[in-house]
Ligand binder design. Structure first.
Ligand SMILES: [Zn+2]
Length: 317
């Protein structure tokens, strides 16, 4: 019997990554799409188009899992609210199933990433784990007692919208919060902090970049930090510290064995994680912080796609 394969699609705030995934978690026929300012219909068309492209290469596949950046009522497969895509009140599972003529599963992208890392990745073997994905925003997932925790109606666990700073900046997107974790610590926040430092220090490499009207993004700042730029390193240290303070509450609340950091910003590596570890060691409650590991995602920014596929694979059993 040929190995079973499914399609996994991970949609973030600005991009989609998908592919055919087999039981060994090997990804075939990757597909990528980006969107900026697309309306609901255009967004759903991009989803459909991406799936059709993957499916053309793997017509045997019958089930597809989606991780989307939205509060998803898990049982009903309905996207209730999204901070990043126009997917409020969309019966996503049934709608995509009808469009594609396939069985569809859908969950929040943070939950999908958590599933991937807990089953086969950086949190494998743990019964209690937390995952935070730092991308355009912050995705979150909880693995409690050996399963994904989704809360009463299935729309948990959006840890990115816990408040870190009262009177802080407005949360980007449609979140009504201020000073959210997401407003202060995402990949976008790295770019924003880089820009602030560039303005304050025009003689720095970041400042000269700004003067030359070149883009300053989280990715650029991270690259410069790895190349040894002192100011860019300071930016990552600052964001790493904020990450640590955000994690203190989660360590105290959930007493996890491991915290997995994923999303594009994890390319900052130890420049980001080491300051976060220091904050946890200093400020979390002693019994909870003992032994908790803070590690990068095994699947990097493919965790959401792998998790979405795992969801589909597990539904075949
Ligand atoms: Zn928020």
């Amino acid at each position: 019997m040929p190995p079973r394969r499914v399609i996994g699609i991970d949609a973030g705030g600005t991009k989609l990554l998908g592919g055919v995934v087999d039981e060994q978690m090997v990804v075939h026929h990757r597909v990528r799409r980006t969107w900026r300012g697309a309306d609901r219909q255009e967004t759903l068309n991009i989803f459909t188009d991406a799936v059709e492209e993957v499916r053309a290469a793997a017509p045997d596949v019958e089930v597809i899992g989606f991780g989307i950046p939205a509060l998803v009522e898990w049982e009903a497969g309905v996207s209730r609210w999204s901070n990043h895509l126009p997917l409020d009140g969309v019966p996503f599972r049934d709608l995509m199933s009808e469009r594609l003529g396939m069985r569809v599963l859908v969950d929040n992208d943070g939950n999908a990433s958590m599933l991937a890392e807990a089953r086969q990745g950086a949190a494998a073997g743990a019964r209690h784990a937390v995952m935070i994905s730092l991308g355009t925003g912050i995705g979150g997932g909880l693995w409690l007692n050996g399963e994904v925790y989704r809360g009463a109606t299935g729309v948990g666990a959006e840890m990115g919208h816990s408040v870190l700073q009262i009177h802080g900046p407005d949360c980007p997107g449609d979140c009504p919060g201020v000073g959210c974790f997401e407003a202060l610590v995402s990949g976008t926040a790295i770019g924003r902090e880089g820009l602030r430092r560039a303005e304050a220090d025009p003689d720095s490499a970041l400042g000269r970049r700004l003067a030359a009207e070149k883009e300053i993004t989280g990715g650029i700042v991270t690259e410069m930090a790895h190349d040894g730029d002192a100011l860019a390193r300071e930016v990552l240290a600052e964001i790493g510290e904020r990450l640590g303070f955000g994690l203190v509450g989660l360590v105290n609340t959930f007493n996890p064995e491991v915290i997995v950091i994923g999303g594009g910003a994890v390319r900052g590596g130890e420049l980001l994680l080491e300051p976060a570890r220091r904050v946890i060691a200093a400020h979390a409650l002693p019994p909870a912080r003992e032994g908790v590991r803070l590690v990068p995602a095994h699947y990097g920014d493919e965790a959401g796609m792998i998790g979405a596929a795992l969801m589909a694979l597990e539904s075949l059993e």
